[in-house]
Write a protein that binds this ligand. Sequence first.
Ligand code: UD1
Length: 338
Amino acid sequence: MSKNILVTGGAGYIGSHTCVELIKAGYHAIIVDNFSNSEKFVIDRIEELAGKSVELIEGDCADERLLLEKLSKTKIDGVIHFAAYKAVGESSKDPLKYYTNNLNSTSSILKVMEELKCENLVFSSSCTVYGQPDQLPVTETSPVKPAESPYGRTKQICENIITDFIDAGKKLKALSLRYFNPIGAHPSAKIGELPLGVPNNLVPFITQTAAGIREKLTVFGSDYDTKDGTCIRDYIHVVDLAKAHVKALDYLLKKEGSLYDAINIGTGEGSSVKEVVDTFEKVNEVKLNYQMGDRRPGDVEKVYADASYAEKVLGWKAELSLEESLKDAWRWQKTLKV
Ligand code: UD1
């Protein structure tokens, strides 16, 4: 019998890619999603790519009663908790929306897990918990600094909610995966990122500009202390990231007792915004309309992962290159063009 994995936010960008990899690895996915930032057709696409059906609970994962009612007769072997709001700018304008949603959904998931006696949790965290690190590459022992935004703070607090729960003596094995910058799309171009409105993130802004949906990309800052003056990030292909979740579950399911760990999920390579733009143009043979502009408030200058702990603990490392990520991102964007 396949093990049942509850995936909150499973229709979202990272969630959908993870469901495909989970099913391919032999797990059964039960998605809970309220489609607040995703589309229903994604469920069909997951099934098409994985060649198996998924179960869908349509609703909010902060709704404990709904989950308990729907899952009362199902053994849940593990949970991957993606569902959260993630727009950094919006979180500064409407912090309570972020605190209410992100914190409530995490505590609700823990209560449901306790009730259902499910002991394995993979939590979707972010490298944002490190702020601007003092040392690069960032290891998991780097201090968690004050976050740059309410969104970032919700990720820090959710990690604390999980560790407090374990410290209170509850039986739980949990891993927080701290993602660096997920980009790209499934190579089939059946699933990918679906930003609502004007994208905040670099790669969807690039692909929408190349597609003519946006007039011009502005590179936020060209006077940073980096090789070409633009910010450095660790861009990771979303399919590599999805596979890290499968490895994380495999790991938890083999362990006994309670445990908590936080693991960086990145490539270990830093790329500048200018390099991303140049690589996008080169691999896709398209010209991008862009200009250098002012720095964006709240941006850190450089951040990239020391990804060796993930390899040591999970036996996982990123396999896909920036070139492949940007090719896949463009292939996906072209399917969206009307
Ligand atoms: C941001 C969040 C991070 C979050 C992630 C979620 C901040 C400080 N960090 O990461 O916490 O987990 O999104 O997706 O907001 N850029 C441009 N022009 C653009 C857009 C971006 O030059 O139009 C630059 C940015 O200045 C940055 C790089 O591209 O240097 C990457 O930006 P982005 O994709 O927004 O990700 P982060 O800011 O790294």
